[in-house]
Design a binder for this molecule. Structure first.
Ligand SMILES: [Zn+2]
Length: 511
């Protein structure tokens, strides 16, 4: 809520509609490929997706299954009966003159996604926003119009490779209260959909697009609220643009309300449709928004309704992987991670979280595994620009290094030396890092901690016998004096654990 000088304030009301391309090999109602192929337009087409007379659509079973998986991930109810409708409008990228979609009986409805909020500094707080999902329905994508590619301003082309690609449209209730919340919601949604492997969510290729409905509830001094007209920002293809577009719209609507006082339903409209120009950072008007009646929806007579049976739903449920929100909670309990570490690991996607869990399970030390993953490994991944799947040190090998630290066979410093030597081996000699190689490196470089306390004791006595000044310095309060003594003992007993040496040395001095 934002308060201004004249004591009026407003609430920001945001609802999102997200189109997600489902990860199928073929289109939703025909066998054409869904591969992203912009260099060869109109090669992935057939009579069905071109809308030629007499061609009949057949539902792609996998698209429906992925839709259900998506809906279950969103905590939605699955409808016991769902049907297909024709949404009719004229546009060159829609060869049939209608889009097959779902109108009054979507295949799923009434779910929710929880989003972790942040305070103004951007750090996570305990606040969680539950964003209700009104519905998720299946539909086919249109083709793509390309205008003025020649630069002469005269040519437009149509590529129908995309036409008929399966989409799930996810519609939220207007539960989001800031541009930051909208971005966080989209990040959580993308994480969920990639975890479930229902979509690659590649925004550059248009696999995830977002429309944002934005308006304000202006709060009067007496507490009554006046809604401003809703503006729908269409086709936002990045999270950053979504955030920027919403911020711009909020400022614009507030200014406009202060200047004109126009409210929802008054002259000046109920709902407007705009685009966002990221170069100028502004929204601009698009065609007036059609109302549902303008589309003359009616049931598609070429497609049978779908009635999912219990065995099918049970099979899809049993095939679901753990969702990120559930996994975050479990990591706290199973591996004693902090909420921050759990979020950092989970939010990087399933392969990173799987890697972590493999290491943590096999070395039995989640905290140590999290430290290595979020520091040493992150740094290496960034430097090498590789993904965790391409990283040469695999979980069992990292776990073996961590185990040797925990068993006090090597120090953390030596572990880092082993780690970087394995990486150098992998780079220079293309040697696959292995557990036996770890032990070779430890032996060859004398990194093993000497467990022979007799040798350490002997060295301590010997060093102390010729260090009267350092002992006196230490006893008179100069703690640093002991560092040099530790160094001398370590030199005498190569591989001694510095912590053990320190403890024994101090005990001896204070005898
Ligand atoms: Zn086709």
């Amino acid at each position: 809520m934002i308060t201004v000088e004249n004591m009026m304030s407003y609430e920001i009301i945001i609802g999102l509609e997200i189109h997600v391309q489902l990860q199928t090999k073929t289109k939703i109602f025909c066998g054409c490929s869904t591969a992203f192929n912009p260099d060869h337009p109109n090669v992935q087409t057939c009579p069905v997706c071109l809308g030629l007379p007499g061609a009949l659509p057949v539902l792609n079973e996998r698209a429906y299954h992925l839709g259900i998986k998506t809906a279950l991930g969103l905590n939605c109810q699955i409808a016991p009966f769902t049907k297909w409708d024709r949404k009719q409008y004229f546009y060159p990228d829609l060869p049939k003159g209608y889009q097959i979609s779902q109108y009054d009986l979507p295949f799923s409805h009434d779910g929710h996604v929880d989003v972790t909020l942040s305070d103004e500094a951007g750090t996570a707080t305990d606040g969680v926003r539950r964003v209700r999902i009104l519905r998720a329905h299946l539909e086919e994508d249109a083709g793509k119009n390309m205008h003025d590619e020649s630069g002469r301003g005269r040519e437009s082309r149509v590529d129908l490779n995309r036409a008929g690609t399966p989409l799930v449209e996810i519609v939220t209730e207007p539960d989001l209260r800031s541009a930051d919340e909208a971005r966080r919601f989209l990040e959580e949604l993308k994480l969920l959909l990639t975890y479930l492997e229902v979509s690659d969510c590649n925004m550059q290729e248009g696999s995830l697009r977002c429309d944002a409905n934005v308006n304000l509830h202006v709060i009067q001094p007496d507490g009554t609220k006046i809604p401003t007209p809703i503006v729908e920002i269409k086709n936002l293809n990045s999270f950053r643009f979504t955030e920027q577009a919403i911020e711009y719209e909020v400022a614009r609507q507030w200014e406009s309300f202060q200047a004109t006082g126009i409210r929802m339903g008054a002259k000046g409209g109920h709902k407007r449709t705009v685009g966002f120009d990221p170069n100028r950072g502004v929204t601009y008007p698009l065609r007036e928004k059609e109302e549902a009646a303008d589309y003359r929806y009616f049931p598609d007579p070429d497609l049978v309704p779908v009635i999912p049976d219990d065995p099918l739903l049970a099979a899809i449920r049993s095939d679901m992987v753990e969702r990120p929100a559930v996994r975050r909670e479990r990591f706290l309990a199973d591996y004693q991670l902090t909420a921050y570490d759990a979020a950092v690991i989970i939010d990087q996607g399933r392969p990173v979280a799987d890697y972590f869990e493999d290491v943590a399970k096999s070395c039995g030390d989640g905290k140590q595994a999290a430290n290595w993953l979020t520091q040493d490994i992150q740094r290496e991944l960034k430097e090498r620009s590789v993904t965790i799947a391409e990283f040469p040190i695999r979980p069992p090998v990292l776990a073996a290094i961590l185990e040797r630290i925990n068993k006090k066979q090597i120090t953390i410093k030596s572990a880092r030396e082993v780690f970087s030597t394995l990486l150098t081996d992998a780079g220079d000699a293309e040697a696959v890092p292995s557990i036996s190689r770890i032990d070779e490196i430890i032996a060859a470089r004398g990194l093993a901690i000497v467990q022979d306390t007799g040798a350490i004791d002997t060295a301590i006595v010997e060093v102390l016998s010729r260090s009267a000044k350092a002992i006196a310095d230490y006893k008179s309060g100069n703690e640093k004096a002991v560092g040099a003594l530790i160094g001398q003992v370590m030199k005498a007993v190569k591989g001694a654990d510095p912590q053990t040496v320190r403890e024994k040395l101090l005990a001896k001095i204070c005898e």
